[in-house]
Design a protein around this ligand. Sequence first.
Ligand code: UDX
Length: 442
Amino acid sequence: MIKNISVIGTGYLGATHAACMAELGFDVVGVDVDPEKIERLSRGELPFHEPGLPELIRRHVDSGRLRFTTDLDAVGSWADIHFIAVGTPQQSGGTGADMTFVDTAAAGLARAITKDALIVGKSTVPVGTARRLRDLVAEESREGVRVALAWNPEFLREGFAVQDTLRPDRLVVGTDSPEDEATLREVYADALSRETPWVATDFETAELVKVAANAFLATKISFINAFSEVTETVGGDIRTLADAIGHDARIGRKFLNAGVGFGGGCLPKDIRALQTRVSELGLDHTMNFLNEMDQINLRRRDRVVTLAEQILGDLSGRRIAVLGVSFKPLSDDVRDSPGLDVANRLFNSGAEVFVHDPEGNANAAKRFPRLGYVDSLSEAAQDADLVVLTTEWDEFKALTPADLDGVVAAKNFLDARHVLDAAQWEGAGWTFAQLGRHFPQD
Ligand code: UDX
């Protein structure tokens, strides 16, 4: 019977997974090389914003079911299952995935493990990794100890991480033995409702499911954003178009929200890594469309800057409020954030930029300290020549012209997430530009 679980890497994925495994009733130890992170997590403190997760961590730290350590050797003799949840960032100076952390974790574990155990990779990796790591682990592990390997990709969304882990849409496990699959079924037994699809497959399929899902989501977003370029030119309403095609159950409405595009720690890097990997495999043209998706995505940011220039002319010395720099609502993550990129580019064009984000200000300030960061929407909009909505937090979606009356210096609004009612703003005398909609001054 499985009792003890270790989770290697206590970043976003690892901290969530460790807490959720404790919630499922296991004794869990989270392992990280960063002693400060371990100390904070041991006190139940999280270095990032994720609804519900701090409470879950604190509950299980208090119950004694969840602990954190830097000592990999200690978990090697203790855990029955070791999840690898370390990052696979974009290579510096390249587009492929940097596998250093995964490889180091797998080799370190193999050397530390002293009793039969299963290593389960959760990180997003180039196809072929699991097979390679299985051989590496077999080479590095101690004599007489069976260390098996499985791949079990994670599909969690920031902002819904706990829910996505405890009640997943599907569980995918890649193994090379029925025994290892059965072990994982036991681990997840309490998270599996009768309807949760259990996809038991080989290593390659499991690895590819993850990158295929991300590539498909990115494609949906860029697809609708490409149509935005058309409606911006000829007229038409992108939201109605998305609703209408979304009524077709084969297409579906989700992930067809036009706007300034996708960002975050996953989609952008994962589609680049996928392309790089298939090129390495000699399939140079197979994933070329993803390059196009990336380009469409980046062009949306250019469009925001162009519209700002059309509205204000030269941006030098103009005051611009940017609402939203986390890459999406309910997150403080600013990695590859479209909103933050736009804010920085407006600043580089000479504008005075005041940013407000309900959660993302602190992280954004670390990246771009020269922007102005303020604690409220009205402070950001104070005396602004232009207000730009870049992340669709609820408080921004609820904005009405009356809220900014007498606050701004000029009634200019740019809705880069296409969430406000253009007629209402124009009716109140605002110059109102919106991604996905024809702008009369074009
Ligand atoms: C994503 C995947 O959804 C998740 O399954 C995977 O494990 C990790 O990557 P996440 O990065 O948390 O999760 O964000 P997600 O909710 O997918 O949004 C990604 C980006 O797309 C955000 O910047 C969001 O604003 C943008 N987006 C999303 C759109 O522009 N339009 C949409 O219709 C949906």
